[in-house]
Ligand binder design. Structure first.
Ligand SMILES: [Zn+2]
Length: 311
């Protein structure tokens, strides 16, 4: 693949609000194009991508949705996701499996009969691997060809390389559709949710988690909030995710904080970008104590919403 470009700004496009279609906005954070690495877009779009936000963050004047604008052109984003490998992501599967086991406890209280489940943007397939062992009929899609293949082999499950739109599922196919840390990455979240609604059975369950920019911790951290990343194109709040789900014909049935689990050493390595001295010191102590692999639950604004396609 060749992604030779002269400058970052050349790869940008203006977009309207995905929720209400308006093009009137106010700037929340101005861009930091001087930090861009235009030759390295694939690295930016690894699933574990942690490039600090350089694009402009805006808020729609009409509906309040926050999103990147201008942003990288859609074809650049998709090409970025489909290529490259992601060993960093794969190295963290123990924590992910633990998080997903707890999530499945919750889902199985709502859907005890364990039918067909689709995970969109499944990355290395950890959620589906855990679900498959517990008796679910699982299928996944993932734009990264490398991760899709890795997940298929590692968990012995079906993960198609591509987006949900490439799959052309029949309508009313699934009992559960999940979007784990995915919706905020998609170029058109409203279109994704509409497609989820179409392929869910009536009464079927949609599970979405997202980083909530309206959460107290996000407001407190401001520009240093850990989820302000170049790969996150949308920044939902309780209000805008509710509006997004309502407009795509879902009924919200549950909302809660979503604690995730990561290895302690990895948490410190991710902190380097924000508080480098403290993170380096913390990393050394953790290493000296042999605790790099310790699994730590953490919450910095991740929210979980469960919604139902009406019967
Ligand atoms: Zn809007």
């Amino acid at each position: 693949m060749s992604m030779q470009v002269k400058s970052y700004e050349e790869m940008l496009e203006n977009v309207n609000c995905s929720l209400c279609g308006s093009n009137e906005y106010e700037v929340v954070y101005p861009p930091q194009y001087e930090k861009a690495k235009p030759g390295n877009i694939i690295e930016t779009f690894r699933s574990s991508g942690d490039e600090v936000l350089i694009d402009q963050l805006v808020r729609c004047r009409k509906c309040g949705l926050q999103y990147l604008n201008p942003r990288l052109r859609q074809e650049v984003i998709l090409e970025g996701y489909s290529g490259g490998s992601d060993e960093t992501f794969v190295s963290q599967i123990a924590g992910r499996e633990r998080t997903f086991a707890r999530s499945l406890d919750l889902i199985e209280r709502l859907v005890p009969q364990k039918g067909k489940i689709l995970d969109i943007g499944t990355a290395g397939g950890s959620f589906l691997g855990v679900a498959s062992k517990r008796g679910w009929d699982v299928i996944g899609c993932e734009p990264s060809r490398w991760l899709a293949e890795w997940g298929s082999k590692h968990y012995n499950i079906t993960v198609h390389a591509g987006t949900v739109f490439n799959m052309q599922f029949k309508e009313s196919t699934f009992d559960v559709v999940t979007l784990w840390d995915v919706l905020e990455h998609t170029p058109d979240p409203k279109a994704v949710l509409k497609e989820c609604n179409r392929i869910l059975k009536p009464g079927g369950i949609l599970v979405v988690n997202y980083p909530d920019i309206g959460a107290s911790v996000a407001r407190l951290m401001g520009r240093k909030w850990v989820f302000l990343l170049s790969v996150h194109l949308y920044y939902f709040t309780v209000k805008t995710i509710a509006e997004m789900l309502k407009t795509t014909d879902f009924d919200i049935i549950m909302r809660k904080k979503h604690w995730q689990t990561l290895e302690l050493g990895y948490i410190f390595s991710r902190m380097q970008a924000y508080v480098s001295g403290l993170a380096r010191l913390g990393g050394k102590i953790v290493s000296a104590l042999g605790m790099e692999k310790a699994l730590i639950p953490y919450w910095v604004g991740q929210s979980l919403v469960i919604a139902r396609r009406p019967k």
